[in-house]
Structure formats: structure tokens, C-alpha cells
Ligand binder design. Sequence first.
Ligand SMILES: Cc1ncc(C[n+]2csc(CCOP(=O)(O)OP(=O)(O)O)c2C)c(N)n1
Ligand SMILES: [Mg+2]
Length: 599
Amino acid sequence: MHTAEAIVETLEELGVERVFGYPGGRVIELFDHLPDSEVDLVRPRDEREASVMAEVHGRLTGQPGVLSGQGPWIGSLGLIGQMEASLASSPMVVLTEASERGDYSTLAPYQQARGDYGGLSLPKVLDGVTKEHWFPRTPTETLRSVQLAFKHAVAGRPGPTAVVLDGNAVVEAFPEESTPPVWDAREQTRTWQSRPTAEDVAAAVEVLENAERPVIIAGNGVHASGSGPKVPLAAGGSTAGDAASGGSSERRSDGVHAAQAYDELAAVAEAYDAAVVTSYLGKSTFPETDARAAGVIGSFGHEGANQVVSEADALLVVGCRLNPMDTNWQSPSFIRPDEQTIIHADIDTRNAGWVYPADVGLIGDAAETLSDLAAAGRREPTGWAAERAAEARESFSAPECESDASPILPQRAVKEIEAVVDEDTLVTADSGNNRFWLLNYLQTPAVRTYFGSGGVGGMGWANPAAVSAAMATEKDVLAVAGDGGFAMTMTAVETAVEYGVAPTFVVLNDTSLGMVRQMQGEEGDIAGVEFHDTDFVRVAEGFGAEGIRVDDPDALGDALSDGKAADHPVVVDVRIDREQDMAATLSSSFYDEVGGLHE
Ligand SMILES: Cc1ncc(C[n+]2csc(CCOP(=O)(O)OP(=O)(O)O)c2C)c(N)n1
Ligand SMILES: [Mg+2]
């Protein structure tokens, strides 16, 4: 059997439903075998979009999203999704190649990316971004590398792994008997859950039971918990159901992991009567309408959530590395390790106690850790959490949210978006002012309703993310972006048309790079921040989708509902007031304390 065919067979054995990719170089040989397989190819308009789609597939399903394409483009255009996967812990496998057929590498043929003189070095590029990568030289190494890429993408903290398919290693016949042996793909890619020690759990329980004002900071690890194989080991190959279908603490012996840790988070909040805040990436790990929910922390997060954290006497940080945007750049009056007791739960022992020294570390998967904590202790409810959380939730609205002004205030636009988001809706958020307006005024009603590119924060993420989410879930999907970010990847609208999915693409349009334009002391201070006015309605129509322009705030609700109800993609071009100053409006008092404007 041809090695490329054996790779496709491996993908089938591992239950990979689709590959996101673009043909070129040696992956053409791989794509050659896809039409006869159970694996579909989703081919967007470029490798950047494919990379984001693969990242989001991994993030939502807990199984590696697969990106495939030619080396030079996977190492350039296709890096954005890999960077986001690396920093936001999304499992992803990249199958790429070095564009060299066999024996000419030292002559640096066209596009050669093996790292030999005169060419490009894809391995060096991948060094800076992936969790691990392999550069196998033989068919046996190739198949083993593909198996390990799947295993390592989900083992421990999830992330992107890559295999560079080299020259003849991908076209040669795969040997009948290989040395060393290549084992069954499902056996070889198996991973096991990790959980904290009994001593550490007991120490954490003691802190939480004796706390007066316990607060949980929930991060992306709650979404990412339980990443792992989908296909059970038992013979017969029947799948164990959609790993994205909700939380569960059920322990399994067949190698299929429980998905996410939402139920376990809610159980711990209840058991210890703790208020719950989230990081940006952790938004919608806990319904923001819950009586104990206090919002999102951080520089442009909710003032109420930041205040609740500063008032806590005990903090339980779960699956959150606490980056400077989350910690208000270590504002001295925000988190105070000398005065507050910090329990830090993380799957990676390096991250617990990284930013602030922790009193207790809980090393393990979030679902395992939280279910242990919920089972092992209890604190009599005092009402503090509900009372302070209710006050904190006032940060989800502002007088501007009710404004009838035209152009539409961004705060009002977000409230109209909020009105169409229910538990069966998923919002993907882009970068820029738009994401901070959304973070603050969209109060998520349920878990898994909001995902953002908070890892590296690339513009242009929301559109391909929405297309991938619409393919991976049954939910109604809304992409929300600024006009800058939307235009970067608007070809994703056409991909949605082509593949028969129907997200609604919402553009909060201020005809500029709003976030950067508003950093100007005076107009014209910063070059390159203005756009001319693009007609996104005609753009949508050109791609075979529908476009709606909205200038009147009272018309926005209907446009969004129509977009949601439609069975084709709809672009809603929302003309917003460009003068609402995001940073001045949303900077937290803690962020101001350290001088603001560190991003
Ligand atoms: C790919 C990429 N390039 C540049 C940036 C830096 N950046 C962050 S926000 C922003 C402006 C975004 O403008 P737009 O998408 O229109 O959103 P707005 O701020 O106007 O809501 C820029 C340039 C980035 N995050 N990603
Ligand atoms: Mg803009």
C-alpha cells in the first residue's frame, strides 16, 4: 500500500471526519486518496482560513482538528490557526510537506522547505509555533509520526503538532512488515486522564471550607478539559457519540475522555457557595446569567468581576494561566498573593503558581480536579457570592445599551446580538474594539455560547471559526467582527455557501481599524487606520450569500433574527458610531492604576 493511502487509513481509524486543507506539493498525494475514504476535505479560499477552521474544530470537539497543505504556505499563511492553537490550547494536527521530491534538496529546488542551503526551513518555522513536530524519512517513520502527532496533540495541555511529509517517504509503498513495528492507530494514540493527589485536594478543600469570600476564576481549561480520542478501543469501531455534547464526570475505561468540565465547575461553585468569574478565553464556561456569575476579569473586562476578585479571601483558579490582560497587568490592588490564599488548578504543572505564587497546586485535568473538590467538601452558604455577583452583573449593561441613536452605538448593537443568543447559539468573536464591546455587554445565557481568539488574538479569526463551528455543531452560529477583521477573511462567506452551512456574519462597521484609530491623540496621528467604505452587502451577494445593511438600531433585531433563521449565510453590515471610545469606556480601574494601554 502507498504510504499516503496508509495515512488516510489512519485518519479513518481515528475517526477523523474532515480535513481542512488546500492542495499543493506532496499533500496532493494525500488528497488523491480522500475521495475514496470516509474523510471529507473542506477547502476554504486559503491556508489561513483552513488553519483557523482546524483550530476551532479541535477547540469545540476536543479531538485534533486536521490542517493539511503545502509546506511554504502552511508555514506562512497557515500559521495563524497554529499560533492560536498553541496559545489557546486547542488540539490540532498539521499534515504538511517540504516540497522536495527526493534527491535534489541540496540544489534547493523551487519551494524546497527542508532547511537545506538555498531553500526555506519549515522545521525552524514550526519550532516556534507547534507543541511538537516530526520530519520522518521513511514510510514506517511517517506512519508512526502521524500516530504520535494525534497522541501528543491531546496529551497533557492540548496544542498543535505537525508532521512534515518528506519526499519519497510519502509515495513509497508501505512495507508489509515494518521494523520497528507500527501498532494499531487507536491503541497507539490512547491517552489517560490526570488528577491531583489526595493531599493536594485535602489542602484545597480546607482552604475553601474555611474561606469567607471564595471566588473561582475559570479559564479556557474548563472548555478544553477532556480533550482526547473519540473512537473507543473496543472492536467494531462504533463511535462513542459527540464529545462536544456536554459535560460529564463519568470515568471511562475505553480510552474515550469525558468532555469539558462545565457541570463540575457548577458543582464546585455550589458546594462552596463561591462566586465565579472567568478569563476572556473562559467566557461561557459558566452561564453569565447564573446567580453566582460575576463576569469576565481583565483590563477591558467587567469592573464588577475585577472588584469581586480583589475582595476574595480565597481564589480557586482553574485552567487559567493568568495572562497580564487577565490580571490587570498585576495591578497591586487586584490579586494579592500575600493576603489572599490561592489554589491553582492546571493540567500543566508549570502553569500552577507561574504568575502568582500559589498556596496549593492541583495538577490534573479540570473535570477530574473539580469533581474531586465537589465531592470532598462543603461550605455553608453565606449569601456573599450571590449578593456580590448580582452587583457585579450590573457591569453587563450601560445606558448606551438602550440608545436609539443612528449610527448605532456599539453597546446597543451588542444588546441586539445578545437578544438572539440562546443556549443553542454559538458566537465567535474577532479582535479589536468589537470584541471588547461584545465581551462586556453580551451576557452569555449558557455554557459554550461564546468563543474568542484570545490566544494570539488575530484579526480575521471569527469568520472561518464560525464556518467550522457550523460544521462541527448543531448550533446557530454568529460571527462578530469589525470591518477590518471581516474583510481579512470574508472569503469564508463563500466557503459557507459552498459547503451548505449558514452562519450569520455580523460586521460592526466603523470604516476603520477602530481600536488603533482611537489610540490617536489627534486625528491623523497614526498612519493607516482609515478604510474607504466597502459595500459588504454586494460582497455577500457576489459570494452567493445574502447581505443586509443596518443603519437604524430598531431594524437590527429583525436583521439578526432573519440571519439566524435563514438556511443560507447572511452578512449583516451594522453601521456603528465610530466615536464611542472603547478604551476610555471599558478600562478597568485596576488597569488605570497601572497606567493603561499595555496591549
Ligand atoms: C492579523 C492582525 N493584524 C493586526 C492586528 C492588530 N490589531 C488589533 S485590533 C486592530 C484593529 C481592528 O479593526 P477592526 O477589525 O475594524 O475592528 P474595530 O477595532 O474597528 O472594532 C488591529 C490592527 C491583529 N490583532 N491581528
Ligand atoms: Mg473597524
